[in-house]
Design a protein around this ligand. Structure first.
Ligand code: ATP
Ligand code: MG
Length: 206
């Protein structure tokens, strides 16, 4: 089962994944945690380029960088793990490309979805958690963390478009998206995610 985690910067995706992975491993599930961009040697190199504040990257080039990383990750890591019936928890997946490069930067959403599905060998998530926080909360958390990568330097309007884009995707793909309130405490979020995961998994197993 492929479970992906989406949301704007500092929404709490990585924190939630760590908690859910620990819960599932404690009871004996085989869990693979990975992230985008990255997760392979090629992907990690592309991630460094992608996040480099010194680079000005053309939006289409950005899409191709992300999908190169994605194709390698699916081929080398995600598809084999799914074949072995592991639970794969992926920190961002192609919805992020559609939200950031489509809704955020204004590229055509339908074309992006097609490019992304080509990159994933047409594998789509079974379940997607959208960890949702207001842009101001994101700003405050990023300031507390200090430092800013290339995307974090984008203005508030950009992040507002991305957040709304995620909501559009959640409506369009409502059978796999679940929206979680990222301003809730980490414990509450982890419990909600676990409960949803259990319900979906039990529904998927005949
Ligand atoms: N539920 C929560 N409530 C309050 N703060 C939180 C919560 N979850 C995470 N945080 C804090 O917010 C910050 C960002 O959390 P985290 O790194 O998990 O977010 P992220 O979505 O993975 O961010 P990024 O987009 O940068 O990868 C951290 O300082 C973390 O401790
Ligand atoms: Mg993270």
């Amino acid at each position: 089962m492929l479970v992906t985690f989406e949301g704007i910067e500092a929404a709490g995706k990585s924190t939630l994944i760590a908690a859910l992975a620990a819960t599932l491993r404690n009871r004996g599930d085989v869990v693979l945690v990975t992230r985008e961009p990255g997760g392979t040697s090629l992907g990690d190199s592309l991630r460094d380029l992608f996040l480099d504040p010194a680079l000005r990257i053309d939006p289409i080039a950005e899409v191709m960088l992300l999908n190169a990383s994605r194709a390698q990750l699916v081929a080398d890591v995600i598809a084999p793990a799914l074949k072995d019936r592991a639970v794969v928890l992926c920190d961002r997946f192609f919805d992020a490309t559609v939200a950031y490069q489509g809704f955020g930067r204004g590229l055509d959403v339908e074309s992006l979805l097609e490019i992304c599905l080509t990159a994933t060998h047409r594998i789509a998530p079974d379940l997607t958690f959208l960890v949702d926080i207001p842009v101001e909360v994101s700003r405050a958390r990023l300031q507390a963390r200090g430092g800013a990568d290339r995307l974090e330097r984008e203005d508030a309007d950009f992040h507002t478009r991305v957040r709304l884009g995620y909501h559009e995707l959640a409506q369009r793909f409502e059978n796999r998206f679940v929206i979680l309130d990222g301003t809730a405490s980490p414990d509450v979020l982890a419990a909600a995610a676990f409960e949803t995961y259990e319900r979906r998994r039990n529904a998927a197993i005949p």
